[in-house]
Write a protein that binds this ligand. Structure first.
Ligand code: KE4
Length: 427
């Protein structure tokens, strides 16, 4: 693997096409993956891993699902991309709008970043205001306005506000504390009529998993409505992951706009933004806010996403996924408690967070930052050694798929027990 990594570094900055893959937070050499199937990854030396990253969320059905591969190959035989409208784009739009009723109209793009960037521009154009509000620890992709005190890879690499973002851009971005109601109310009291939009992960997955408080999100929704600010739910990670209707269906809160990604591409590059019709009609070609993309709505990507959404819209899909997640985290916590390693978890639907801390309720960025990163890193490498592939950063969430078996969960818990012994022995 070292040789592959050195070779990659010759032409790819850091040897990767996305920073978090470089293992910088956990040290060591990244695993090069050769293929994947179901719940398993196979590295370039043939070693098998139970996968809890799932390409950072998209692989909710497991890797190389036969029905998705079939749909992609059949669609690809008819051509890869036309740059013209196709029926499957309408089918995909209808499917997402059916599953997420807050979305009355939707525009497909090629990544979560593009979705976030476009939604922010739309909100600014629609409200004729410049200020946007985000929350420390949340990550909405790497568009300039949003790389201010960001989570995910930015947090992992310790550059939450990136160089290259002009101060003139950053000054329009107000960053608040996640789950802090008082600060939110104070901010809206002072600048509410200047706020174009608030963008938030209703369940943050980029400081690992920290759910938004129901009261906090309700207050946010009311403040946005009162001040004619646009509420944007970033459900790139939680959309069709924590529930079929996303986090908004769990909280029963209707955002003005929602951004999506990951699962709606089924592993292919897809993002989307959508919401209230009068706001979405402000997007070109009907409206004045420009947005475009050569491969947006690409038919091959659409068929992968549509097939994925069809397959997860089956009875009990999320009950079964949630049951597996619960079994996993409860089993891991039980082992940690027995061995005396402080560990707390959060979980929702098919995603979970592991926090090496004595804190019992991880509901803030501050508490996440207080966790023991050394313990996580020992845990990560011990699990990797045992064929369990977790996120190479304590600031990332874990993901379970429909392919993970009871045996996979049990093997993972058994491996965790050995990892906790290593931590306890201070190795
Ligand atoms: P992409 O541009 O990476 O498709 O989506 C950006 C994005 C937007 N919003 C949320 C809530 C996200 O989690 C993401 C991307 N997530 C990271 C993992 N935490 C992607 C992994 C990576 O950067 O390589």
């Amino acid at each position: 693997m070292k040789k592959l990594f050195e070779e990659a570094k010759q032409r790819l900055p850091g040897g990767v096409n996305s920073p978090v893959r470089a293992f910088k937070a956990v040290s060591g050499t990244p695993v090069f993956i050769k293929k994947a199937s179901g719940a398993y990854l196979y590295d370039s030396e043939g070693k098998k891993y139970i996968d809890y990253v799932g390409s950072w969320g998209p692989m909710i059905l497991g890797h190389a699902h036969p029905k998705i591969i079939k749909a992609i190959s059949e669609t690809a035989k008819c051509g890869l991309s036309f740059g013209a409208p196709t029926e499957i784009e309408t089918k995909m739009a209808n499917k997402i709008c059916d599953l997420m009723p807050s979305i009355k109209k939707i525009r497909m793009v090629n990544s979560g970043t593009e979705a976030a960037m476009s939604a922010i521009r739309l909100a600014r154009g629609y409200t004729k205001r410049d200020t946007i509000v985000k929350f420390e620890g949340c990550y909405h992709g790497h568009a300039d306005s949003l790389l201010v005190k960001a989570g995910s890879g930015a947090l992992t690499l310790g550059i939450p506000t990136s160089p290259g973002v002009p101060k003139d851009f950053a000054k329009h971005t107000v960053t608040l504390t996640y789950n802090d109601i008082a600060q939110l109310e104070e901010t809206f009291k002072n600048i509410g009529n200047k706020i174009a939009a608030v963008i938030i992960e209703p369940m943050a997955g980029n400081m690992s998993l920290v759910p938004g408080g129901k009261k906090f999100l309700k207050v946010l929704k009311n403040l946005c409505d009162k001040n004619d600010s646009i509420l944007i739910f970033d459900e790139v990670m939680t959309g069709f992951r924590v529930a079929l209707g996303g986090a908004q269906s769990i909280f029963d809160i209707t955002p003005d706009l929602t951004i999506l990604g990951k699962i709606i591409g089924g592993g292919m590059p897809v993002g989307a933004f959508g919401g209230k019709e009068d706001i979405m009609n402000y997007i070109a070609p009907d409206g004045p806010v420009y947005q475009a993309g050569t491969l947006s709505g690409n038919p091959v990507a659409m068929c992968a996403g549509l097939e994925t959404l069809n397959l997860i819209s089956t009875d009990n899909f999320f009950e079964s996924l949630e049951f597996k997640t619960k079994k996993l985290v409860e089993g891991i916590v039980e082992k940690a408690n027995k061995i005396g390693v402080p560990l707390t978890t959060n979980h929702a639907g098919g995603m979970f967070g592991l926090f090496f801390t004595t804190e019992k309720n991880i509901d803030s960025f501050e508490k996440v930052m207080g966790c023991n990163k050394t313990h996580y890193n020992i845990f990560f490498h011990c699990m990797l050694e045992k064929g369990i592939y977790l996120a190479p950063s304590s600031f990332e969430a874990g993901f379970i798929s429909a392919s993970h078996s009871q045996l996979d969960i049990e093997s993972t818990i058994a491996a965790a027990k050995d990892a906790f012994k290593k931590i306890k022995n201070g190795s």
